[in-house]
Design a protein around this ligand. Structure first.
Ligand code: DX5
Ligand code: ZN
Length: 208
């Protein structure tokens, strides 16, 4: 199992990113919020770019924003493996997925807990990743929604039926207990469980 770490709950991001460099974590999950798609707002790109200098890991960018095209060119500049935005933005989804691909970066769509899986269908041929949200997007440290287990299975079945090679990542409330409900995923995205601990590597190991 791959692990992606979100630093949303970190109180000292440079320090935590340096500690994560010493681990074998696969990706740094960058949560970007615009104060519109979700209430919270994360720091502007110029600050995010400074922070990014502390990591030597590949980035997995999660855009919780209303207008992805404003952010895609910025985050494409970094050492980015995936850029993911939400299927709930409704507008210009294909165009934005193609924009991500035009930078040679893998593209993903995220899906909120109450959005039906079938919303992904029109975009399946373009997708490299599906990010299944196991909490309402907007903040770290929330509890895993247990119906996510079935949702992940539904996404897996859908990808299989379309012969898609897209990977499944799950995001929100992941820890050593809730991971059991996510065995059909390829990537576990975890924030507070890892960041609020003394040994990042031990927690990462417990998720693999
Ligand atoms: C929620 C974010 C998640 C979240 C992960 O809006 O997209 O990445 O912060 O943090 P935990 O693991 O604390 O739920
Ligand atoms: Zn996220």
């Amino acid at each position: 199992m791959k692990v992606s770490v979100s630093f949303l709950s970190s109180s000292n991001i440079p320090e935590d990113l340096k500690k994560l460099n010493e681990t074998d974590v696969d990706y740094i999950h960058m949560d970007i919020m615009d104060g519109k798609f979700v209430l919270a707002k994360t720091m502007p790109f110029r600050e995010m770019r400074n922070i990014y200098k502390y990591t030597n890991k590949r980035l997995d960018v999660h855009l919780m924003v209303e207008d992805p095209k404003k952010y895609i060119p910025l985050y494409a500049e970094l050492n980015t493996e995936y850029i993911t935005f939400h299927v709930e933005v409704m507008d210009r989804i294909e165009e934005n997925l193609e924009l991500i691909k035009s930078y040679g970066i893998k593209c993903g769509l995220a899906i909120k807990p109450n959005t039906p899986v079938k919303a992904l269908v029109p975009y399946l041929p373009l997708l490299d990743l599906v990010l299944v949200m196991s909490v309402e997007p907007g903040k770290g440290g929330q509890q895993f929604i247990s119906s996510t287990e079935d949702k992940i299975k539904e996404v897996r079945a859908l990808l299989d039926s379309y012969h898609s090679n897209a990977v499944i990542s799950v995001d929100g409330g992941i820890n050593e207990e809730t991971k059991a409900m996510c065995y059909e995923c390829d990537i576990l995205t975890s924030g507070s469980y890892i960041i609020n601990s003394k040994s990042f590597q031990k927690r990462i190991d417990s998720l693999r």
